[in-house]
Write a protein of this length. Structure first.
Length: 190
């Protein structure tokens, strides 16, 4: 668990230009606080405890404004920037080195109590502010979800999805864009 927390601190240091020191991240980053409480709650949840993980999750939500169910699986190097209002459901799976901005919802689409009900997010994905990803779908490795997108279908690796409902953005290489063959889309454009 300590290695995961170290990776989470390093993720904030490398992905947030405002981060000046590791101590700053530990003391003042609510996204890190949310992950700290979640990692403890998840470890207890995996050991079959019920009330204590819920208590850690509840306290983590009070401290950080981020609600993460103890059953959610989160990989190493997660960076939650600002985080306020984000919700991660019980069966969500988040890969390594994912960046998540504030107001993100990883939720379900029904009342099915069996199986996975929440999204699986691939390694290196970026989840824009206030995006909503619902159901047992997959967001591929390196995929980018634009701010405010509502994603109801899986997104392939490396693709960018924007809008409500989300649609894939055709991305052309910079070489094609320079030749006049189209416009190169980057996250700054989304």
């Amino acid at each position: 668990m300590l290695k995961y927390l170290r990776d989470d601190i390093n993720a904030a240091m490398t992905r947030d230009p405002a981060a000046k020191s590791r101590l700053q991240v530990v003391l003042f980053y609510p996204g890190f606080h949310a992950l700290l409480f979640h990692r403890v709650a998840h470890a207890l949840h995996r050991r079959g405890w019920f009330w204590l993980p819920q208590l850690f999750a509840w306290f983590g939500r009070l401290v950080s404004g981020v609600e993460i169910h103890p059953g959610a699986t989160i990989g190493k190097g997660m960076f939650i920037d600002h985080g306020m209002g984000s919700v991660v459901g019980a069966t969500a799976i988040i890969g390594d080195n994912v960046t998540m901005y504030h107001g993100v919802t990883l939720g379900g689409r029904g009342f099915d109590r069996l199986g996975r009900r929440h999204p699986a997010i691939g390694d290196g994905a970026l989840l824009g502010a206030a995006c909503i990803i619902l159901g047992p779908i997959s967001i591929g490795d390196g995929a980018k979800i634009g701010a405010g997108a509502v994603v109801l279908e899986s997104v392939p690796p490396g693709e960018t999805a924007v809008g409500a409902p989300a649609r894939l953005v055709p991305v052309k290489t910079p070489e094609v864009a320079r030749s006049g063959g189209g416009r190169c889309i980057s996250m700054e454009d989304v």
